[in-house]
Write a protein of this length. Structure first.
Lengths: 191, 457, 351
């Protein structure tokens, strides 16, 4: 009996000090995908939250890099943000040279990011469609998977894109365009 | 009694324990009809013992202690004036429950007989199945006031003499005044300084199960007045073995065994993992579950840990009520449970449907291995708390501690997790699978030959 | 003192294999691209050969007298016993802190990012006290379950990384310089602490064969080789961007839409460290002949916890606990020098 009481007393400080890292499911804001585009001369990152509504919930912040955008979004708009379920990073083609390498490098340093998150370039219409339709993301991901089956050499996830940058070689990434329907093609990215 | 001399004699019985007609036929009528020509009281006694009585169950004895034992066991006792010895005549006539199928161990293809309360009936059920001359019944009496009779039952060629000796010592150390059920003695039979979370004493109400265990070198303890027979040593893997496994096809037996192991794991871990993930690691949920779970949990007032604990606790209350309630009211409990707790509480937003689903699944799984219900329940509550406070990491540590506790447990010196750890390939043929009878019959398992069995006593 | 029930040597060596594999689970050593894959394998082989050599003195004691250092030294007098007990206690406590530090660091960086490492260490050590009080035999029984978990985790981790294999990520040539090769060899000698554990706890192990040690180290080598292979050709440079590369490998593994087996990895790392520290505590209590005494174990874990606190707050001390050379030097003393001295003394006594 005495042993149990001593054990409970000893565990009490551990219990009291150890629970701050709870990320409760009902308050967590899970980010499904992130898109990057230029608006009015500034780089803008849009974080799309996981939800079951037809129109996507999103938050847009303007920052020069993913890291700064994340910090700003967490501080000002989405306090319990979690990027552990990030599935898609869409980069507008015209900002590719400015951000792609740096953002991929930042993702590679974060333990919570999945190396299997899809990476793709896109045009402005695709981003508009993504902002309007919640189902657009899954359509894009499906297109990327089909492309990968047809062209195994394409680099469509963080892991392979990062390794290609590290080797200093040119590689192909998916490019999503949207006229009436979403289309995926390949584009070569030089080192 | 009629005779050449006047001899005083008396028959003592306990009201309600003796069959009066049987007694009349076995003792009273023969005594009244016999003409005693013996010159001494001693010779009259011998004549009664050897010639007069028409019963096969006749024992001569001496002493008040034995007198009380025989009288309270339903024997009639004949005493002759001037002779210190007495004669006990078996004429029991007390009421007892008939041999029926045990409700706690229902099978599809096995026998429908189960143990009952009287000791002799249970002995006969075992004796009928094991006709071996090696089968031994040893009588022990425990309980200062109740003087409950036990029988140690074992096969002389299978059971270890040290094991039997140790059992006798442990039963002799029992200092209870009354022993009214088998469970009273379980604690005295467990090894000291080992975990009490899981029981090192097995219980069965089936004669076929007990006979099977006896051939493996185990000892059965039959307690008078209880249909539950205790079996020692008892191992963890036995909780997943059933009589039907040995009657069904081997592939089906393997399937059922795997199902039982999985059900055990689900019943213990599912609510805790759900709590830990919801509290600390929501990203581990698949996306399609995450949305629905987050939505349902956000609509309820309680934090997920408390919600899971409350629902689990309410379920235990309902289960206990279902056990105690008169059968005629049982339907009311089912309706209250299903409609009020299940449907209305979810609709009102007091509890979430995903939590209810998880707790219900765990509850159903716990009935697949019902002998393990007490440790499953305690572990479930403990792990929910640990998962809610420390997350998956806490669950991992708690699991490690439980495993260490189980690995250190012994049952009369035999490691509790034998076959799994210490690992034995030969005995694994009857753990996750049930090998064919041709293979099982080649080498009979002897429980005292398990690796690392400790010397006891 | 609680008497140990003799246990199977095979199971003991399996437990030590799992302890050795924990080294690469917790590795924060820069194993990146300084050496090509074949040279890295060579470093693994060289490191494990050195580990095998460090086993030999204890093997000699076991084969000759069927005993271990701590049991044999009892016949040398109280002074010798005391000295040996002090040396082994200090060594085992050092090794406990050596593994506890990177574990808590990895845990707080990767899983519970806002948590202080000290309560984590405290809770883990409290659990180790309970396990150590049960004795080495019980811990080796627990090792069987850990082995099953390790198999499942390795299968998931390596199987899930197969689709990410890209042979262009690494080189199959023989590229690298001798200094890097030397560094890698030193790193792969760090599992030698299991030789010291063997030297202290093998007395109760039955049916010992030398090939069991070869098998144990061989399996360790296979595990290291597989981890290196997948780190090089599946994770590639991505792994080098974060600390604890094997954790990254667990994130790389995926099965369709289900990505990451880091929860299994965390379970395996936690249970491995739990088992290592518990075994080390058993070694210390055996050295002082007070096995199973909860107060002694609590005192010892208090010391380990104090070392942990000290290292967390002081970089110089932390450096001391992450230096493989120091660990190897101390292991040389405890696994080789002392057993040789004790064996030599025993030979003289019987001569």
């Amino acid at each position: 009996m005495r042993r149990m009481i001593c054990l409970l007393l000893a565990l009490l400080p551990a219990i009291l000090t150890g629970c701050q890292s709870a990320r409760r499911i009902e308050t967590a804001s899970v980010i499904e995908n992130v898109s990057v585009q230029r608006r009015g001369g500034a780089l803008c990152y849009t974080f799309y939250l996981l939800s079951d509504s037809e129109k996507p919930d999103s938050v847009t912040v303007c920052a020069p890099s993913f890291e700064q955008a994340r910090t700003l979004a967490e501080r000002s708009y989405i306090p319990h943000m979690t990027l552990a379920k990030l599935e898609l990073l869409l980069i507008e083609e015209e900002v590719r040279q400015d951000v792609m390498k740096g953002d991929i490098d930042y993702i590679a340093t974060q333990a919570s990011f999945s190396p299997q998150a899809h990476i793709a370039l896109c045009d402005e219409k695709t981003l508009l469609r993504l902002q309007r339709e919640a189902a657009a993301q899954s359509l894009i991901e499906r297109q990327i998977d089909l492309l990968r089956e047809e062209h195994p050499q394409v680099k469509s996830d963080c892991l392979s894109v990062f390794n290609s940058y590290a080797r200093g070689e040119s590689f192909e990434v998916p490019l999503i365009t949207c006229d009436r329907e979403l289309r995926v093609s390949l584009v070569r990215n030089a080192p | 009694m009629q005779g050449v001399r006047s001899v005083q004699a008396a028959i003592f019985t306990m009201e309600g324990l003796v069959d009066k007609e049987g007694l009349a036929q076995a003792a009273v009528n023969p005594l009244m009809a016999y003409f005693f020509e013996e010159p001494t009281n001693r010779q009259v006694f011998d004549a009664i013992l050897n010639t007069v009585l028409a019963s096969s169950d006749v024992t001569a004895f001496e002493g008040t202690e034995k007198l009380l034992t025989f009288l309270t066991s339903g024997f009639a006792v004949i005493a002759v004036d001037g002779v210190s010895r007495m004669i006990a005549v078996g004429a029991q006539g007390y009421a007892f429950r008939g041999v029926t199928e045990p409700e706690s161990e229902v099978v599809q293809r096995g026998a429908r007989e189960g143990f009952t309360e009287p000791l002799r009936v249970n002995m006969s059920l075992i004796r009928r199945r094991l006709k071996s001359p090696d089968l031994v019944f040893e009588q022990v009496t425990v309980g200062e006031k109740s003087r409950t009779q036990l029988m140690l039952c074992y096969l002389r060629s299978a059971a270890s003499p040290k094991l039997v000796r140790q059992l006798r010592q442990r039963l002799a150390a029992c200092d209870l005044e009354t022993v009214l059920a088998a469970g009273y003695l379980s604690e005295y039979l467990e090894d000291p300084h080992t975990s009490r979370l899981f029981s090192g004493v097995g219980i069965s109400e089936r004669p076929d199960t007990v006979c099977g265990k006896l051939t493996e070198g185990r000892v059965a303890i039959i307690v008078d007045g209880t249909p539950a027979v205790m079996l020692v040593p008892h191992l963890f893997v036995e909780e997943f073995q059933g009589v039907d496994d040995y009657s069904n096809r081997t592939y089906y037996a393997a399937f059922i065994r795997t199902l039982k192991y999985l059900s055990f794991l689900v019943s213990v871990f599912l609510p805790a993992i759900y709590t830990a993930l919801a509290q600390f690691h929501p990203e581990y949920f698949p996306t399609w579950i995450l949305i629905k779970t987050a939505k349902s949990l956000s609509e309820t007032p309680l934090p997920v840990t408390l919600e899971v604990l409350v629902i689990t606790f309410v379920y235990e209350i309902m289960k206990e009520a279902g056990l105690r309630i008169p059968k005629s009211l049982g339907h009311a409990v089912s309706i209250v449970g299903a409609l009020v707790i299940g449907e209305s509480a979810v609709t009102a937003g007091i509890i979430s449907s995903s939590t209810l689903m998880v707790v219900a699944t765990a509850a159903i799984c716990s009935y697949v291995t019902s002998p393990l219900y007490p440790p499953i329940t305690m572990l479930r509550f403990l792990l929910i708390l640990v998962g809610g406070v420390f997350g998956l990491w806490g669950l991992v540590l708690a699991t490690a501690l439980v495993l260490i506790s189980m690995c250190s447990k012994t049952s009369l010196g035999v490691p509790y997790l034998s076959s799994l750890s210490p690992f034995s390939l030969r005995t694994m043929r009857d753990v996750f699978i049930r090998a064919s009878w041709k293979k099982l019959g080649k080498h009979t398992i002897r429980v005292q030959r398990f690796a690392e069995t400790e010397e006891i006593g | 003192m609680k008497q140990e029930v003799p246990f199977s040597s095979k199971r003991f060596l399996l437990t030590l294999t799992l302890c050795a594999c924990a080294v690469i689970l917790l590795q924060n050593h820069d194993l990146s691209r300084a050496l090509s894959f074949p040279l890295a394998l060579g470093a693994v082989a060289a490191g494990l050969i050195v580990c095998f050599l460090l086993f030999l003195p204890a093997v000699w004691l076991k084969k000759r007298w069927d005993s271990d250092v701590l049991t044999l030294v009892q016949s040398r007098g109280r002074a010798a016993q005391g000295m040996v007990a002090v040396i082994y206690s200090a060594y085992f406590l050092y090794v406990a802190a050596y593994f506890l530090l990177p574990y808590t660091d990895m845990f707080c960086k990767k899983y519970y990012t806002e948590t202080n490492p000290c309560p984590v260490a405290f809770l883990l050590l409290a659990c180790c006290v309970y396990a150590a009080s049960k004795g080495a035999n019980v811990i080796t029984r627990f090792g069987i379950f850990l082995f099953v978990l390790a198999m499942v985790t390795n299968f998931m981790m390596f199987g899930g990384s197969l689709s990410s294999l890209d042979m262009h990520n690494g080189s199959l040539g023989w590229q690298g310089n001798p200094a890097d090769f030397g560094n890698h060899v030193i790193y792969f000698v760090t599992p030698c602490f299991i030789a010291a554990l063997f030297a202290c706890l093998s007395g109760d192990a039955t049916r010992f064969r030398v090939h069991q040690i070869v098998t144990a180290l061989g399996l360790t080598g296979v595990k290291y080789a597989l981890v290196l292979f997948f780190l090089t050709f599946a994770a590639g440079e991505y792994a080098a961007r974060q600390a604890y590369e094997t954790f990254v490998l667990s994130r790389v593994a995926h099965f369709g839409d289900y990505a990451g087996v880091e929860s299994l990895y965390m379970a395996l790392a936690t249970m491995s460290v739990f088992m290592i520290i518990s075994l080390l505590l058993c070694g210390v209590t055996k050295a002082w002949h007070c096995g199973g005494n909860l107060w002694v174990l609590a005192l010892l874990t208090g010391l380990v916890f104090a070392l942990q606190l000290w290292a967390v707050s002081n970089d110089a001390i932390r450096e001391l606990f992450t230096r493989p050379l120091l660990l190897i030097a101390l292991t040389l003393i405890t696994a080789a020098v002392i057993p040789l001295l004790v064996g030599w003394g025993e030979r003289r006594r019987h001569a």
